[in-house]
Design a protein around this ligand. Structure first.
Ligand code: FES
Length: 91
């Protein structure tokens, strides 16, 4: 009998996706992209990230949060600013 792998921590400042439980926090066998309500885009697993010029962007860890509110001081990564700038993803 096999056990589920331990859940991957969500980056600081990144809210859990709506309805997130253990299943959504466990990295899939391949990459995935999750739009968090009123927050960042979580990129998990083996995903080829590219910047606007097409240059590869190295992920510092298996799961990263991409800013989509425009307020982060460390773009493209989320720094939690979406919590204080009033960003709403579903208006
Ligand atoms: S989405 Fe988190 S700082 Fe922009």
């Amino acid at each position: 009998m096999t056990q589920d792998p331990p859940p991957t921590p969500v980056p600081d400042g990144a809210p859990a996706p709506r309805g997130a439980g253990r299943a959504l926090r466990t990295p899939p066998a391949r990459g995935s992209v999750t739009f968090c309500p009123d927050g960042p885009v979580l990129v998990r697993g083996d995903v080829d990230l590219r910047d606007e010029d097409g240059s590869a962007v190295e992920k510092p860890r298996p799961t990263v949060a991409l800013c989509r509110c425009g307020g982060s001081a460390i773009k493209p990564w989320c720094d939690g600013t979406h919590k204080v700038n009033g960003y709403r993803s579903l208006d």
